[in-house]
Design a protein around this ligand. Structure first.
Ligand SMILES: Nc1ncnc2c1ncn2[C@@H]1O[C@H](COP(=O)(O)OP(=O)(O)O)[C@@H](O)[C@H]1O
Ligand SMILES: [Mg+2]
Length: 242
């Protein structure tokens, strides 16, 4: 993280799990207020568990979570959302609602007028969302769902946008359009971004990368530094040789 940048999120020694299964071990993470960070890791590495713990959907067993200097690990999820952390889960949206209703849900804690204005802005930013706005969400393709999920998370003008594998279930073409939409959004509205992914294409958005394996941090650095590490490059870029 650049030295002079304000810290949005600082996670130290975080541990979490389910019953007798400890998944996340002593995890440290830092995100600057205008930073985009991607956490890479294979299936089952603990990426979703990390995000659930950050959101308070799962209790932290050890460690601390500070958000703009304030300790939040004891706060309820709703308080964290009100404080400006927006989260798109693996599921993303409510299929039984319309697209418009999904967007309205994203701004449930804000005044209606402001939410309406915000939805208009987001429809300009995400043409896919504008096109499908009046229809039911269950009719959307996988890629459209992700776009609506991201737009829904952005309605509340978060300070930190947290996305759980936006590429999951998408065709490569759609992965590109989600990455492009996010790049545009980050440029314009600029919240901090935390994406957990298996898909390398999201590294295009990353100022810094973490690698999580077996619930532990294996790497932290820039994309260039990741590529300079032979074993990580082989594991994550599938390149052979030195
Ligand atoms: N609700 C749950 N109950 C019990 N174990 C779970 C639960 N969710 C995830 N796990 C386990 O925790 C580990 C990490 O899962 P997860 O955080 O979903 O990984 P990732 O998102 O990186 O694929 C896996 O071994 C998974 O089986
Ligand atoms: Mg997951």
């Amino acid at each position: 993280m650049p030295e002079q940048m304000e810290t949005c999120l600082r996670v130290e020694g975080l541990g979490a799990g389910y019953g007798s299964l400890q998944v996340l071990w002593d995890f440290d993470l830092e995100i600057g207020a205008q930073e985009s960070v991607v956490v890479l890791g294979p299936n089952g590495a603990g990426k979703s568990t990390l995000l659930r713990t950050l959101m308070g959907l799962l209790p932290a067993r050890t460690g601390s979570i500070s958000y703009f200097g304030r300790r939040i690990e004891g706060m309820r999820t709703s308080q964290r959302v009100r404080a400006g952390i927006a989260y798109m889960s693996e599921v993303g949206i409510f299929p039984e609602l319309s697209v418009e209703e999904n967007l309205l849900m994203g701004g449930y804690s804000l005044p209606r007028g402001r939410v309406r204005r915000r939805i208009e802005e987001l429809c300009e930013l995400f043409p896919e969302v504008a096109r499908t706005r009046r229809g039911p969400a269950w009719k959307l393709s996988g890629g459209q769902r992700k776009m609506v999920g991201v737009a829904k998370a952005l309605v509340a003008e978060p300070k930190l946008l947290v996305l759980d594998e936006p590429s999951a279930g998408l065709s490569p073409v759609y992965v590109n359009s989600v990455v492009e939409a996010l790049a545009r959004t980050m440029g314009q509205t600029g919240p901090a971004l935390l994406v957990v992914e298996q898909n390398m294409k999201f590294l295009a958005l990353a100022q810094r990368v973490y690698v999580i394996e077996g619930g532990r941090r294996r790497f932290r650095g820039t994309v260039d530094e990741l590529q300079a590490d032979d074993s990580l490059r082989r594991a994550y870029f599938g390149l052979q040789g030195a």
